[in-house]
Ligand binder design. Structure first.
Ligand code: PEP
Length: 249
């Protein structure tokens, strides 16, 4: 049985007080979610230290949205995987399309980041996904295969600790969701590509869907055999919606 995960990517939203209120509201409703569904939240860096204890007690995973590609040193403004681990962060989103697009993250950068995340025992939530032009020109499988090379370089032991998120860029924050059939097609493709390298271990890899996932479409997406949960952007900023999505399992 694969782990089911619903993770909220808050992006650059919420003041600390707003973030704390959001966490409290999620904790208050967590009992409504089936116990085999793991909830994860990824607040901005500034909130992590203060939210860690409360989330840990509630059994909710704490994630960062990024980490540095370097171990430590003269990299002004960066936050390392070691620092994140030192404040009890457990997950780290890596390769989000906004990081790839606005901050020039490439597979080379992500290879370094994922190695550091794993070194410090953070679970990477590694995002892949095609842009609209890539889908329209039927290149989406090639694009995703190339992005997955960051994972296929890992040792089997490290690979077993990775969570994957399929996030078609054209569906992120646009209100346009991939159909459940489109999501399933790509999730099955990802699993097959990973199985080609890692064999049966790929059967255990949670593959989350992300891109305008909301309470009204979550159940259909999560019912697909290779969709193991969601990486939720906009809808994770409202506790009711986030919990309703998690209840869709
Ligand atoms: C995301 O950016 O990870 C995401 C899935 O965003 P949204 O749910 O807002 O489309």
């Amino acid at each position: 049985m694969r782990k089911k995960i619903v993770a909220g990517n808050w992006k650059m939203n919420t003041t600390f007080a707003e973030g704390e209120a959001l966490v409290n509201a999620i904790i208050a409703k967590k009992g409504e979610v089936k116990s085999d569904v793991t909830l994860v939240v990824a607040p901005p860096f500034t909130h992590l230290t203060c939210l860690a204890e409360e989330l840990e007690k509630a059994g909710i995973g704490l994630s960062a949205q990024n980490c540095a590609e370097h171990e430590s040193g003269a990299y002004t403004g960066e936050v390392s995987a070691k620092m994140l681990a030192s404040v009890d962060v457990k997950y780290c989103i890596l390769g989000h399309s906004e990081r790839r697009e606005y901050y020039g993250e490439t597979s080379a950068t992500l290879t370094k980041k994922i190695a550091l995340a794993l070194k410090y025992n953070l679970t990477p939530i590694f995002c892949v996904g095609e842009r609209l032009d890539e889908r329209e020109s039927n290149r989406h499988f090639d694009v995703i295969s190339a992005q997955l090379e960051v994972l296929t370089q890992l040792s089997a032991e490290d690979f077993a600790r990775v969570v994957v998120a399929y996030e078609p860029v054209w569906a992120i924050g646009t209100g346009k969701t991939a159909t459940s059939a489109q999501a399933q097609e790509v999730h099955a493709f990802i699993r097959k590509a990973l199985a080609a390298k890692f064999g049966a271990a790929a059967e255990q890899t949670p593959i989350l869907y992300g891109g305008s996932c909301k309470p009204s479409n979550a159940a259909e997406l999560f019912a697909q055999p290779d969709v193991d949960g969601g990486l939720i952007g906009g809808a994770s900023l409202a506790a009711d919606d986030f919990i309703a999505i998690a209840k869709a399992f």
